[in-house]
Design a protein around this ligand. Structure first.
Ligand SMILES: Nc1ncnc2c1ncn2[C@@H]1O[C@H](COP(=O)(O)OP(=O)(O)O)[C@@H](O)[C@H]1O
Ligand SMILES: [Mg+2]
Length: 257
């Protein structure tokens, strides 16, 4: 973690709480994402990672706390207005249109934008994911899981976001493919995009992260600079509850009140 902050966070979440009807599942999530940086939100199955992303995107109602996008409080805005302000959300499970081609999927991702403005966005996605350029005329459903995940990310990028919320891009993929997808995600940071990456694949996520937040039963229990997470395997074991100490030093900046 650098001592001076080069830029203001693109996303600032403070004491976020959310749930479903009367069921509260997230009590206290505070985290930040800076432009060109990646924050990994880690936690075991059921910890509340997806619920947190849904609340940040506006799909779930906040029952407490705030969501700030580029310094603006968007906590009460509907999802589509958060998208228009630069927030893109890739939901769990590689949601692409199987019976549309790769390029049609990308164009659909730019829905609502002027058609003439879409071409440069499509070309940018192809630069980032050459495999999609090669398969532009192929039906999305004919591609591998890893390629579909890249397409799902490409679709989100068609909105030209400044913040990308990514829910478990490793889900259901073989380890070697996970590495490839993470490699592309790391590349995305270089475009200046801020990324909030939700993962159960701790080691793969920490490898591309700048900051790490650990979620357990709806609360962030640890935040750290990724470089201070000396051994992600120990972190993984700690959050699965197999060993006690977490070998990362908490950041004073991000420490919960
Ligand atoms: N649509 C829903 N209705 C009621 N409870 C839900 C719903 N979705 C998730 N939950 C519950 O919320 C908790 C957190 O789930 P989730 O946010 O999906 O966790 P994660 O993404 O970390 O696996 C779990 O106990 C889950 O059963
Ligand atoms: Mg989930």
């Amino acid at each position: 973690m650098t001592v001076t902050e080069p830029t203001e966070p693109i996303l600032r979440v403070e004491h976020l709480a959310t749930g479903y009807d009367d069921l509260q599942v997230v009590w206290d999530v505070s985290l930040e994402v800076r432009p060109g940086r990646l924050t990994a939100l880690l936690g075991r199955n059921g910890a509340g990672k997806t619920s947190t992303l849904r609340a940040i995107s506006g799909l779930n109602r906040l029952t407490g706390g705030t969501v700030e996008l580029a310094g603006e409080d968007v906590s009460r805005l509907p999802p589509h207005r958060r998208v228009r302000r630069g927030m893109a959300y890739v939901q769990e499970g590689k949601r692409v249109f199987h019976r549309q081609t790769v390029e049609q999927n990308l164009l659909l991702g730019g829905y609502g934008r002027r058609r003439a403005a879409l071409r440069p966005s499509v070309d940018k996605v192809y630069d980032l994911f050459p495999v999609l350029a090669e398969r532009r005329g192929l039906l999305a459903g004919a591609m591998s899981g890893g390629q579909q995940q890249m397409l799902a990310i490409g679709q989100a990028l068609m909105a030209e976001p400044s913040l990308l919320l990514l829910d478990e891009p490793s889900g259901g993929l073989a380890p070697v493919i996970v590495a490839e997808v993470m490699d592309r995600v790391a590349e995305l940071k270089r475009t200046g995009l801020g990324i909030l990456l939700v993962e159960q694949a701790v080691e793969a996520a920490v490898a591309v992260a700048d900051d790490v937040a650990l979620l357990d039963i709806g609360r962030v229990v640890l935040t750290a600079a990724a470089q201070d997470v000396a051994d992600p395997a120990v972190l993984r074991d700690a959050y699965f509850g197999r060993t006690a100490p977490v070998p990362a030093k908490p950041l004073s900046r991000n420490e919960l009140a």
